[in-house]
Design a protein around this ligand. Structure first.
Ligand SMILES: [Zn+2]
Length: 175
């Protein structure tokens, strides 16, 4: 259990800042199967809402959502090579991240997203979601481009968090 939790990369780890590579079907299929299985276990133990591959050290374009969202996401919890288009009104919601433990902040993002992605077999699907699912998709997709939610906070907020973020980057914990 603890090993799984410890496999989550924390801010300061260079893999969280890389632009991830697209996955290729069918060449990457066995790798994807293993990765999705590992990530599912990590997400469950960490009790997170979503997890992107770079958060477990794999720089590839894949993220998962917790099965709690199965209905809202039309049965999809694995998103491979996603293309995300946020739209609609701006909405303020609290965000947190397993890679930035202990920090939760309000952040403004568009309220809806349309998504195109591939499933574990490489089949393409499209979705259009709002609410928390839309927020989750945007947050996880950012990870694939090396972006963390704290990057999107106002300069004032970032300044206030500077000490705590530095502590995390240096291997400490903030609680
Ligand atoms: Zn995150």
């Amino acid at each position: 259990m603890q090993d799984l939790l410890n496999s989550v990369r924390i801010i300061g780890d260079p893999v969280l800042r890389q632009k991830s590579r697209p996955l290729v079907f069918p060449d990457d299929t066995p790798y994807i199967t293993g990765l999705v299985s590992t990530m599912g276990k990590v997400l469950e133990v960490a009790e997170g809402l979503g997890l992107a591959a770079p958060q477990v050290g794999e720089s590839v374009r894949l993220f998962i959502a917790t099965p709690d969202y199965l209905d809202e996401l039309n049965g999809h919890v694995v998103f491979i090579n996603p293309e995300i288009h946020p739209y609609g009104e701006s909405e303020k919601r609290e965000e947190g991240c397993l890679s930035v433990p202990g920090i939760y902040e309000m952040l403004i993002r568009p309220s809806r997203v349309s998504i195109k992605a591939q499933d574990v077999r490489g089949n393409s699907f499209s979705l259009d979601v709002g609410g928390l699912a839309a927020r989750l998709m945007q947050h996880e997709n950012d990870h694939l481009d090396g972006i963390l939610f704290v990057d999107k906070l106002s300069p004032v907020k970032r300044k206030l968090l500077k000490g705590r973020l530095r502590k995390l980057r240096e291997g400490g914990r903030v609680d």
